[in-house]
Write a protein of this length. Structure first.
Length: 356
């Protein structure tokens, strides 16, 4: 299914600008203040309740036309498409960014940076490589476990079909498997299904089982993506459930796993992938920071609470763990479309911390 495109927005603005200069935009002498007025007005129109409802209705019609169930389409429009649309419009139609780049204003000045030049500047004072010899007395070895993308589905239902129209199956809203059809098992199914709660719990139990797959790890790293893929069925209230469950289970293993270093994944955003560095994303960090707090130092907790990232030394070692905010470099995060310039300074955090 096609996702939101804002190509019609800039096109509409160009039509308005062209009205001021029929000979072509290259010859336009549109005052900076007029560009600001047009951009601000268009932003207001595109985010009005009337246009948003029209957009939502069109997307739901498109979804159902493609054969998707009504409830599925309604959920996508309510919890995903509308938020993505609004985020994209508010990100792209910022007069202080749009008008200088279009050549109608002199200030502020935006200078694009090439990736290679930027990387060379950041890394120019990096410390020289250190050779690690394997001869002589061996140093302390650290054992650790890294896991991610658990995507626990609290609607997983054993006995449901493993293939279904919407691409996410094995759920209560999936068809019941008939005789001869492959059905969802107790612990999941490889394919179009997320894992059930029982599978995740069994994995966590392995971390503390002395006879299991792992020796006692010195630390565990979790790279995020706890919620299931049923984005059409999630709300701001139910969305954090998986992360809460994860932390509750890990907390019970505090004497078995050493340290725990969690970060957020793109599915921790609500809607999925969306995070506004300069706006209303504090609720995401507020909830996650309190859940992660038992495992972070006070300094790391404050940094994560403010920016969704942290830096922390592993106890009794020189190992530094950097937990970064994935949303600030995510191309599908509509909040960055207007200005994707490292809004929380994650690259510079890496640069500064790598020198310590």
């Amino acid at each position: 299914m096609s996702s939101f495109s804002v190509s019609s927005g800039p096109a509409l603005l160009l039509i308005l600008l062209a009205a001021f200069c029929p000979q072509g935009l290259a010859a336009a002498t549109l005052p900076c203040s007029t560009c600001h007025l047009l951009v601000s007005s268009l932003r207001t129109v595109l985010t009005s309740a009337l246009v948003q409802n029209m957009y939502k209705s069109l997307k739901q019609t498109e979804c159902e036309y493609e054969g998707m169930p009504h409830a599925y389409c309604k959920g996508l429009c309510e919890f995903v498409y509308l938020d993505e649309y609004t985020a994209a419009v508010r990100s792209l139609f910022v007069a202080d960014q749009f008008c200088p780049r279009a050549g109608f204003c002199v200030h502020p000045v935006y200078t694009p940076d090439e990736d290679a030049r930027f990387a060379a500047r950041v890394l120019r004072d990096r410390p020289p490589p250190v050779s690690h010899s394997r001869t002589g007395q061996a140093g302390k070895k650290l054992r650790f476990v890294v896991f991610s993308d658990v995507h626990v589905d609290y609607g997983y239902t054993e006995g449901r079909r493993v293939d279904c129209p919407i691409g996410l199956c094995c759920r209560a809203d999936s068809p019941v498997a008939n005789a001869g059809e492959e059905a969802a098992g107790k612990f999941g199914h490889v394919g179009y299904c997320d894992i059930p709660e029982a599978t995740f719990d069994a994995f966590v139990d392995l971390l503390s089982d002395p006879n299991g797959l792992f020796d006692r790890p010195d630390f565990v790293v979790y790279l995020g993506d706890t919620p299931g893929h049923d984005v059409y069925n999630q709300s701001a209230a139910t969305h954090p459930r998986g992360l809460q469950h994860l932390i509750d289970r890990i907390a019970n293993l505090s004497t078995s796993i050493g340290s725990f270093y969690p970060i957020l994944g793109n599915h921790e955003g609500f809607p999925c992938d969306q995070f506004d560095p300069s706006g209303d994303s504090s609720r995401i960090l507020e909830k996650a920071s309190e859940l992660f707090r038992p495992w972070l130092t006070q300094e790391s907790y404050k940094e994560f609470r403010a920016h969704g990232q942290y830096s922390q030394l592993h106890p009794h070692t020189r190992l530094r763990v950097l937990g970064l905010n994935p949303f600030v470099s995510l191309s599908t995060n509509r909040h960055l479309w207007g200005d994707p310039s490292d809004p929380m300074h994650s690259v510079f955090v890496i640069h500064e911390q790598s020198g310590e």
